[in-house]
Design a binder for this molecule. Structure first.
Ligand code: CTP
Ligand code: ZN
Length: 158
């Protein structure tokens, strides 16, 4: 068991993934991008607004028996750029990934310009270039319309 500074007790997990250093309040958005609704049966611990030595407050997500794919890790950076993805085996941290926000985001977000080719040609796939990382600002590679962090969050949370 670990005891957070807040006094909340959360078990260590045996096998799975711990996503740590999520900005406070965004753990539910991380669950959403992972497609986890809680009805799949895997055991999940969600800690929100825990005290963090690095960033004030943070959320932590512990997911048993689940790995995170590269594409999912990229998505996580859009809502939690400082998150660390810890891979746990037999109670030990055997891997720690800190993902960088990708330079291009393809096929995930929708351009907010209704006349953009990506909203009119059914074959076209959306593609955004990252122009600012914190807070995130993306630019459509077809029409240069910008997406800000609020819009990215809105689209991810649906
Ligand atoms: N953890 C867990 N179960 C385990 C091992 C670790 O839930 N069997 C959690 C820890 O509680 C912590 C995270 O995984 O939230 C990362 O563990 P560790 O690398 O040991 O912690 P730190 O060194 O504090 O990590 P960082 O430097 O990334 O902040
Ligand atoms: Zn566009």
């Amino acid at each position: 068991m670990i005891e957070l500074k807040s006094g909340l007790i959360v078990s260590k997990i045996k096998d799975g993934t711990v996503i740590d250093h999520i900005p406070a309040g965004r753990a539910l958005a991380v669950l959403k991008v992972l497609g986890i609704r809680g009805i799949e049966g895997s055991r999940i611990a969600l800690v929100m607004n825990a005290e963090s030595s690095k960033y004030g407050r943070k959320d932590i997500l512990k997911i048993e028996d689940r790995t995170i794919e590269e594409k999912e890790a990229e998505l996580i950076t859009l809502i939690a750029p400082e998150a660390t993805i810890n891979i746990i085996k037999e109670y030990e941290v055997v891997g720690k990934r800190k993902q960088e926000i990708p330079d291009f985001i393809t096929g995930l977000l929708k351009c907010s310009n209704p006349s953009c080719v990506t909203n009119n040609d059914p074959e076209a796939v959306s593609k955004f270039r990252t122009i600012v990382k914190r807070p995130i600002v993306l630019s459509c590679t077809y029409c240069e319309t910008r997406l800000t962090e609020d819009e990215v969050m809105r689209q991810i949370l649906g």
